[in-house]
Design a protein around this ligand. Structure first.
Ligand code: NDP
Ligand code: X2W
Length: 342
C-alpha cells in the first residue's frame, strides 16, 4: 500500500483528494493536516466522508508526515516550496497542487507570484504533471508540479494543433470560464452567493498568473514562443471550467481526425463527435476533459471547446493520476468515476 499524507485537507482540493484516495485500492491514508481544525475528525467537517475516512485533522507542525511515501500539498502557493527539499531528502515524493514548481524560470515565477522562491534548486527537477504530455518523466519523478485548472483545459485543447503545427502560434486566444470553487474555500467577498450568483464577469484581463504557465506549456508543445490572450471569467456555478479556444489554421487538415488520433490512447481525454458542444455538467466529479473541435463555416478559424471539473481533472484527479504513474500502477486506478448528474 502507498502511505499517503495530505497537507491542507480542509480546502476544496484537499477534500476532493480525500474523496478519491479513500476509495483508492492501493492507498493507505496516514495524515491529513489543517492548522485551524487540528483535532477535529475529518467526517465531522465533511459528513460525506463519514464511513470512508476515520482520521482527524492534525497540525502540520506535529504530524508524522515523515512516515509517508508521498505527500500531496493542497495548500496555497508558497507553502510546498518551504518543505520540499527536506521531504525529498527523507525519501518522500511530493505532488504539489499549488503553483510552486510549475514555472521553470525563477524570475518569471517570482514576478507573477510576488514572492521569493524558497527552493529554486528544485525548479529544474520538478516535472510538470500533465500526463498527456509528460507521462514518461512523471513515472520517474520525485516532485510533481500538478498543473493549474485553467492551464489543464487550455493545454489539452491546443495540444493536437500545436504538435501538428497547423495553427498560427502568434495569435492564440483562450476564453475561459470557471465555477467559484476554483477560488478555494477561504472566505472572500467576490465568491459570496449574493456577489457571484446571478452574475457573470471577466477578471484578470491585464494578466493572470496562469498566463505564464500556459504559455510555457504551449511553447514546449510547438517548439517556439507563442502569443496568447487568456481571459478568465467567473461563472455562477460551483464546479467546472469551460474553455473556448481560438486559433488560425495555417493549412488544411482534418481536425476531427487529428484530435481523435492524438487522444486515442488517453484514458482521461474524450474527443466528442464532430459538431458537439460539451457541457460542464458532463464532467462533474470525474477525471476527464471533454473536447470538441469546430471549423465554423469552413473558414480558417479553428474553435476548440474544452470542459473539465476544476477540482478533478483540474486538480485532485490529475494529482491521483500522477501518483498512479509515479508508483507504477495502472493510470486509471481509483479514477474510474462516473460524472454526477444533475
Ligand atoms: N480550487 C481549485 O479549483 C484549484 C486549486 N488549485 C490549487 O490548489 C491549492 C489548494 O487550493 P484550494 O483547495 O482551493 O484551497 P483552499 O483555500 O480551499 O484550502 C487551502 C488549504 O491549505 C491549508 N493551509 C493554508 N495555509 C497553510 C499553511 N501555511 N500551511 C499548511 N497548510 C495551510 C488550509 O488549512 P489550514 O489553514 O487550516 O491549515 C486549507 O486546508 C492552491 O494552491 C490552489 O491554487 C489548483 C487547481 C484547481
Ligand atoms: C475562479 C478562480 O478564482 N480561479 C482561480 C484559479 C484557480 C486556481 O486554483 O489556481 P491554480 O490552478 O493556480 O492553483 C483564480 O483565477 O485565481
Amino acid at each position: 500500500m502507498i502511505k499517503v499524507g495530505i497537507v491542507g485537507g480542509t480546502g476544496y482540493t484537499g477534500v476532493e483528494l480525500l474523496r478519491l484516495l479513500s476509495r483508492h485500492p492501493q492507498v493507505s491514508l496516514r495524515a491529513v493536516t489543517s492548522r485551524k481544525e487540528a483535532g477535529m475528525p475529518v467526517a465531522d467537517m465533511y459528513s460525506s466522508l463519514r464511513g470512508f475516512v476515520d482520521l482527524c485533522f492534525s497540525d502540520p507542525a506535529d504530524q508524522p508526515l515523515q512516515d509517508c511515501d508521498v505527500v500531496f500539498f493542497a495548500t496555497p502557493n508558497g507553502i510546498a516550496m518551504q518543505q520540499a527539499q527536506a521531504m525529498l531528502d527523507a525519501g518522500i515524493r511530493i505532488i504539489d497542487l499549488a503553483a510552486d514548481f510549475r514555472i521553470r524560470d525563477r524570475a518569471t515565477w517570482e514576478q507573477w507570484y510576488g514572492m521569493e522562491h524558497a527552493a529554486p534548486q528544485l525548479l529544474e527537477e520538478a516535472v510538470y504533471g500533465l500526463p498527456e504530455v509528460n507521462r514518461v518523466q512523471i513515472r520517474n519523478a520525485r516532485l510533481i508540479a500538478n498543473p493549474g485548472c485553467y492551464p489543464t483545459a487550455v493545454q489539452l485543447g491546443f495540444l493536437p494543433l500545436l504538435e501538428a503545427g497547423v495553427i498560427d502560434t502568434r495569435h492564440l486566444i483562450a476564453d475561459c470560464k470557471s465555477g467559484v470553487s476554483g477560488a478555494g474555500r477561504k472566505a472572500e467577498v467576490h465568491a459570496l452567493l449574493a456577489e457571484a450568483g446571478d452574475n457573470f464577469k471577466a477578471y484578470g484581463v491585464p494578466g493572470h498568473r496562469h498566463l505564464p504557465e500556459i504559455r510555457q506549456g504551449l511553447a514546449r508543445m510547438s517548439g517556439q514562443d507563442v502569443g496568447l490572450t487568456f481571459t478568465p471569467h467567473l461563472l455562477p456555478m460551483i464546479r467546472g471550467i469551460h474553455a473556448t479556444l481560438y486559433g488560425r489554421l495555417t493549412r488544411d487538415v482534418d481536425l476531427q481526425q487529428l484530435f481523435e488520433q492524438r487522444y486515442a490512447d488517453e484514458p482521461f481525454v474524450d474527443v466528442l463527435p464532430a459538431g458537439s458542444h460539451p457541457e460542464t455538467r458532463s464532467v462533474r466529479g470525474a477525471n476527464v476533459c471533454r473536447l470538441a473541435v469546430h471549423r465554423p463555416q469552413g473558414g480558417d478559424t479553428v474553435v476548440v471547446l474544452a470542459v473539465e471539473d476544476n477540482l478533478v481533472k483540474g486538480a485532485a484527479g490529475q494529482a491521483v493520476q500522477n501518483m498512479n504513474l509515479m508508483f507504477g500502477l495502472p493510470e486509471t486506478t481509483g479514477l474510474e468515476l462516473v460524472p454526477l448528474l444533475p
